[in-house]
Design a protein around this ligand. Structure first.
Ligand code: CP
Length: 293
């Protein structure tokens, strides 16, 4: 694997190898220690991030790389430097791997074309967030021991969610059945997936309830009564299957798509998803390191 921009080309064996590698790292294996020694990784974030950027930076450091970070506020972009010139400037400093987040779908492909470097997509517009879906797969494998045969309901603003964009490839490829649920104006035109009329229809029959934030920054609005119809609260949580779990890629909006009781209760894997983000990104970077000359 030379870059990771989309999950489309990750066949099941490649997904399983990444999940296995990340799980081994999470459980203490140091087989990848030094995988990026003598290398540099740059994070280029044209949109805000807490989880993705920090976990990539920790991951790269734990593999022995030097890390440099660009973020829009505080950069020379505010003096009128174009995005292409910004990218070429960072690349000129020599990092072998560029981790990119941008509001436009396809921007990471553009960065690879401009620089010829290894590129990892840290989230592009509403298209994909491959390492989030991988961290979620690692989280499920570590908690439930399987993905094959699980029913996962993705609930909320699916149309604007790059996480959903990657989950819709990764999870069925690993054998999960996906059900989409959300207000009509927040559902994508996605043939091939079951669609539920409301959260109550899926809450008692899902192994995983995967909640999404309404992405106001992309023009979405929750509308009147969103929490009542689509929010996971204590009452709905009590109707879930005995071993069913709650997931959310974060950031969460408490009182909108999820209540405190659901977010902080024993079924919630939200902080496990964050924790597994580091070994998952280590596994991705270590795999890419094998292809560096
Ligand atoms: N899940 C996720 O991408 O979070 P951040 O925006 O904080 O990176």
């Amino acid at each position: 694997m030379k870059s990771l921009i989309t999950t489309a080309r990750l066949a099941r064996p490649a997904l399983e190898a990444l999940i296995e590698r990340a799980s081994a790292i999470a459980e203490g294996s140091d087989r990848d220690a030094g995988a990026l020694a003598g290398r540099a990784v740059a994070t280029l974030f044209f949109e805000p991030s807490t989880r993705t950027r920090l976990s990539f930076e920790l991951a790269a450091r734990r593999l022995g790389a030097e890390v440099v970070s660009f973020d829009l506020t505080g950069s020379s972009a505010s003096k009128g430097e174009s995005e292409r010139d910004t990218v070429l400037t960072v690349a000129a400093m020599g990092p072998e791997v560029l981790v990119v987040r941008h509001p436009t779908a396809g921007f990471p492909d553009q960065v690879r074309e401009w620089t010829g470097r290894a590129v990892v997509n840290g989230g592009d517009g509403s298209r994909e967030h491959p390492t989030q879906a991988l961290a979620d797969a690692v989280t499920l494998m570590r908690r439930l021991g399987r993905i094959d045969g699980l029913t996962m309901s993705i609930v909320g603003d699916i149309a604007h969610s790059r996480v959903a964009g990657s989950l819709m490839t990764v999870m069925p490829r690993l054998g999960a059945e996906l059900v989409l649920a959300g207000p009509e104006h927040l559902l994508p035109d996605q043939p091939g997936f079951s669609v539920a009329a409301d959260l109550d229809e899926v809450v008692a029959v899902s192994d995983v309830i995967y909640l999404l934030r309404v992405q106001r920054e992309r023009g979405a609005s929750a509308g009147e009564g969103y929490h009542r119809r689509w929010g996971l609260d204590g009452k709905r949580t009590a109707r879930m299957r005995p071993d069913a779990v709650i997931m959310h890629p974060g950031p969460i909006n408490r009182g909108v798509e999820i209540s405190d009781e659901a977010a902080d209760g024993p079924r919630s894997l939200i902080l496990d998803q964050v924790a597994n983000g580091v070994p998952t990104r280590m596994a991705v970077l270590a795999t890419i390191a094998e292809s560096l000359s």
